[in-house]
Design a protein around this ligand. Structure first.
Ligand code: URA
Length: 260
């Protein structure tokens, strides 16, 4: 009877439907439940792409090591094409390695390729190059008798001057090319080339330095090379009055080549 009374009471309170087969005693202490599985450690916070560590670009020590490992001019050109350390190689169309003879007695060093050189892949093919060809012809030379290279072998965007760090990074390649050719002497065109190859002399500026034979220390060569700094042909195109001094420099070069 008691149980019937209890059932009636539940029915009157609205408990008129069985939700489970067995009754649940909610008044007894809770049974110990199995511990929830241990949580996996939280994943490391996502690093935004611009904060992720990038592989370091090759630097000056890598450029030196790479250049000095090259035993031929072909190796050197290939190594320079694959060198990712100089940002100019990204903006330039291509490497402008050199023109002229691989065994030249004279290496002529310019500054950096311009737009025409960047397209052609050859140094000094634009207006400054045409003037250089005339200057060489005036002393009985042409491109087959000399080697023509640039201090920096990739065109700086907008034809700006190469920065000091760009020059420093490319210098091991220039030294290596000169060492592999082993010429009798060097003829530098403009302030950038003079400063790169005559770092102790070029502090006085190209106007004072031009026309004077100096000694350039080249890595890999046993003795310094005679080096004659002169004006850049692009400067001569803008400043025709300086052509007289450039002519003196060319005559000095011609006399030296005749004696050398
Ligand atoms: N000026 C340079 O110094 N080099 C070139 O190749 C062309 C213009």
């Amino acid at each position: 009877m008691e149980m019937l009374e209890a059932l009636r009471l539940q029915w009157e309170w609205g408990a008129d439907e069985a939700l489970a087969d067995l009754p649940i005693d909610r008044l007894s202490p809770p049974a110990t439940r199995p511990a929830p599985p241990a949580e996996a450690p939280p994943p490391p916070p996502a690093v935004p792409p611009h904060h992720r560590a990038k592989p370091a670009l090759p630097g000056l020590a890598d450029a030196k090591h790479l250049a000095e490992s090259c035993q031929t001019l072909e190796d050197l050109a290939a190594a320079m094409r694959g060198f990712a350390g100089c940002a100019l190689s990204v903006t330039a169309t291509q490497l402008v390695f050199a023109d002229g003879a691989a065994d030249a007695r004279l290496v002529i060093v310019g500054e950096a390729p311009g737009a025409e050189e960047d397209r052609a892949g050859r140094p000094f093919v634009g207006p400054a190059g045409q003037l250089l060809d005339k200057m060489l012809a005036s002393i009985g030379l042409d491109r087959t008798l000399v080697r023509i290279v640039n201090t920096v072998p990739w065109r700086p965007p907008g034809n700006r001057a190469p920065t000091e760090s760009e020059v420093a990074l490319c210098l091991p390649f220039l030294h290596r090319q000169i060492a592999l050719i082993a010429p009798r002497g060097l003829f530098t065109l403009g302030a950038v080339a003079a400063k790169a190859l005559l770092p102790l002399e070029a502090t006085s500026g190209i106007r004072r330095l031009r026309g004077q034979w100096k000694q350039a220390e080249i890595t890999g060569l046993p003795a310094p090379l005679p080096c004659l700094p002169s004006y850049h042909p692009a400067y001569l195109l803008r400043t025709p009055a300086a052509k007289a001094e450039a002519w003196h420099d060319l005559l000095a070069l011609k006399n030296w080549l005749n004696d050398a």
